[in-house]
Structures are given as C-alpha cells and as structure tokens.
Design a protein around this ligand. Sequence first.
Ligand code: SF4
Length: 315
Amino acid sequence: MNEGMVFGPVPSRRLGMSLGVNNVFPKYCSYSCIYCQVGRTDHLEIKRRSFYDPRKLAEEVIKAYRERVPDVVTFVPSGEPTLDVNLGLEARLIKDSGSPTLAILTNSSLLFMDDIKDEVSLFDIVSVKIDTVSYETWRKMNRPHPKLDLNEILDSIVTFSKVFKGRLISETMLVSGINDNEEEYRDIARFLKSLKNLFKSYILVPVRPPAESWVRPPGEERILKAYSIFLSELEEEKVELLVAPEPPTFRFREDLQKEVIKTVYVHPLRISYIVRLAEKRGKDPQKVLSDLIRSGEVKLVEYAGEKFLVPRIRK
Ligand code: SF4
C-alpha cells in the first residue's frame, strides 16, 4: 500500500503549483461527502490521532520543497488534515525551515476545538468548506460524523474568521439536485458575507470521479445563477467560479510511476494527463499505464466521459 507523505507539485486551481502533503492516510475523515474524489470514507472519525512521525514528515516536506520549489505547500490529505494530532508541530517545523507559504484545505468541521483553531491559524492560507448552511442538505451531501453539529461548525468558522490573520478562502461544491437551488445559494452567500476578511469564495463542481457515481454537476444555467447570487451578496473580486479541470502542468521529478501513485491517492488523474507526462519523459504511454495498473495500487474508472486513475483501495 502506498504511504507517500509528499506528492507533486500539482497545479491547484486556487493556489498555483502546490506541493501536496498527505498527512492523513488512509482515509480518515469527519465527513463522507458524496462527491469526494478519494471515495467513501473508510474511517468516519472526529478523534485526533497520529498518522506519521511528525519530524520525519516535516523532513520529507522540507527536502521536497527545496528540490521542487513549488508556489505553496498544501496539507491536502486523503482525509481531513486536522484529524492529525501532530498538525501544529508539523506546520511549525516546516515554517521554521525557511518559511514556505503553507496552506491547508479543511472541511472545517473540527474548528470548534480550540487546539485545532490554534494549529490551523499557523497556516498562511486556510480554505474552509461551506457547501450548505442547511442541516438537511449537510446530512445528505457531507454525510457527517453523528456527533457533529452544523450550527457549532458555522459558528466556529465565523469566530475563526475574526482571529485569523492569513488568507481565508472558502469552497462551495455544487451538486445537481442537492444544493443547486436559489434558496441554498442565497443562504450560503449570506453566511459567507458574515465572515470577516474572507479573501475569496470559490464555487466548484465535481470534475473528477465522485464517491457516489450518480453525483453530477448542475447545468450551466444553475452554476451561473449561483455565481450571480454570490456576487449580489459579496464583492465582485471575492467570487470565483472553478468549473474546469486544472491545466496539465504537473511537475513530477522522481520516478514517474511512484509519483503518479502518490498523487492518485489524493487527486485522481486523467489518463490523458498521464499519456502527456509519459510522452514528455520519452516513455511509451501504454507501457506506463499498464505498469501502473499492474502495480495493484490504482485502477481505471470513467466519469463524465473521461477515464481516470483512482486508488484501488477506493470504495
Ligand atoms: S471531500 Fe474532503 S471532507 Fe469530504 S469526505 Fe472527502 S476528504 Fe472528507
């Protein structure tokens, strides 16, 4: 089983070239979102634990950062990064090594815990997930741990926004038939407006194979409706639509197969990207693909007319 702690850099639609840190593996998460690109959650958890030796993880990140010079180092694991009890120590060790820009993508469900709030504050960029402010939709879409409470989570995001000194961004995923109606859009946008110093609100749609195969993005008209409602509540420069996949500019430096596998555990890859990567390295794409499948670590799935590599352990 793959245990790569660092992968990429991969092009992030929000952050530029991002060196990924997979500090939670396998998939431990407090949510099991229907659209999750890592698949269904194996371990639905809210209790923090240790996943790796924090010094070893920081060492690996610092080494990769110096070699690969990404725009940003992002904690974006197979699950929820704040479940890692060593998160604060890891962030401090990495920052002390020469201050790379540090980002974290959290579902924000555990921000009500004071230790987590303090540790997340160490990051330069924090992305919080706000797919809905409706209890019913939250249960359907994010399928949270039964002990979580949506109101407590929303309150904790507001509190965090008042004390956080870095760049706060939000992500809202739209799923057809679940949260793509005007009432939801308006309620989410009003909540976002209540945050202090929100730098940008991103509206996303599923572009990679989701945990549930029936999940679809809303039609163009509904996506644009969300955009216009968000604009009516927030300032124009604060709303951005991210509905297209990233450009194929992965910068893999190590062994191609190893790097692809490490990336796929967090970030399913289009077959067309892998073919291009193999060609760039002067390798036979068909051989690269069949070696990857033969490794037993990844498998092929189809979503929205495109083929992707995803982890074999994915449910
Ligand atoms: S999308 Fe994020 S929060 Fe949702 S299940 Fe996947 S890892 Fe967890």
